[in-house]
Design a protein around this ligand. Structure first.
Ligand SMILES: [Zn+2]
Length: 333
């Protein structure tokens, strides 16, 4: 029997679901990935002690099965002080200054490292994914929100207040724009993220421009996924919405590349996965907005490697911070 290589229990706390998986130092999931809904208390705040009790059986099992568990790597859908493990703000969980790292460390008696999900996803791509070996790249997600994380000069770049990478909150129209989740108005995200796509699809259905969306929705609100599917199926109104999203994202990311001179943009999120040709179209279209011939020639826009990048990155983050050597599994991907 081979000796189990060191493992970390990776935990990804999203706005509605928590994913848990044991991951070894080659980035491989040992066993299965499990999911459970975020437990909320009566004040609609995510219940941290209950969440910890939901995670406990996975820690116990790894110890019982001698799976060489060294500790926990955690990702959260909001900014985290990575040095202290305090979640600064997670609007979907109604968390403000929750000392999650310390609470988990006390509960399990193991080292715990916590960071924001976008950072963990970028780290996964750099450690074991598409951006391996690159010095400058951005990770970008198009889903409920739009934004990402930066990796510059061969290191993760978090900025002075751990809030770098918010290219979705560049203001486009503060007067007539739609309200944004950040509390301001007319951010770039309100033109291209999932809710903007659904809103425009709903409008197209109501205006009688898209009989296909009317049929798909069957009386319910039009969803982002419906617009993506209708676009793929050739519905002109839905196709025009997606085409506009691709144009705007190409302009936005083209600006990011002109500003930072990146090698690659790795894209993930629900919208990217709902449209098979989304990334290829950005890869082609972004050329129109790049300033230098070098960028036009070299820049790659690719789809993310992992379906659960924050989870995989949480394990990478744990091993790196604990100085456990990582195994490069590049020949296996
Ligand atoms: Zn905003």
């Amino acid at each position: 029997m081979s000796i189990q290589s060191p493992t970390s229990l990776a935990v990804d706390i999203g706005g509605t679901k928590v994913a848990v998986a044991l991951i070894d130092c080659a980035g491989k999931i040992v066993g299965e990935c499990h999911q459970f809904p975020v437990p909320f208390n009566s004040q609609t705040t995510a219940d941290t002690p209950r969440m910890i009790e939901f995670i406990r059986p996975f820690v116990d099992q790894a110890i019982r099965l001698n799976q060489n568990l060294l500790g926990l790597g955690v990702s959260v859908c909001g900014p985290v002080d990575a040095d202290t493990g305090v979640v600064l703000m997670a609007p979907n969980l109604h968390w403000h200054y929750v000392p999650l790292g310390e609470m988990m460390q006390k509960a399990f008696g193991l080292p715990v490292h916590v960071s924001v999900d976008a950072r963990q996803a970028a780290l996964a791509e750099h450690t074991w994914g598409a951006a391996r070996g690159l010095r400058n790249f951005a990770w970008c997600t198009v889903g409920t929100g739009y934004g990402g994380y930066l990796y510059l000069e061969d290191r993760l770049y978090s900025g002075s207040h751990s809030s770098a990478g918010n290219f979705g909150h560049i203001t486009m129209d503060e007067i007539n724009g739609h309200p944004c989740g950040c509390g301001r108005r007319g951010c770039f995200e309100t033109y291209v993220a999932g809710p903007a796509i659904a809103r425009q699809g709903q409008q197209a259905a109501e205006d009688g421009r898209s009989p296909m969306l009317v049929q798909m929705a069957a009386g319910s609100p039009v969803t982002t996924r419906m617009v993506c599917q209708a676009s793929q199926a050739g519905d002109p109104a839905a196709a025009a919405i997606i085409e506009q999203v691709i144009r705007l994202i190409s302009i936005n990311l083209g600006g990011v590349v002109n500003l930072l001179d990146l090698d690659m943009i790795v894209m993930g999120g629900g919208v990217v996965h709902s449209s098979p040709d989304f990334v290829d179209r950005i890869q082609a279209r972004i050329r129109d907005f790049l300033m230098t011939d070098e960028a036009k020639q070299d820049l790659k826009v690719v789809k993310e490697t992992f379906s659960n990048a924050p989870l995989v990155g949480s394990a990478a983050d744990f091993f790196i911070k604990e100085r456990i050597p990582l195994i490069d599994n590049s020949d296996k991907i």
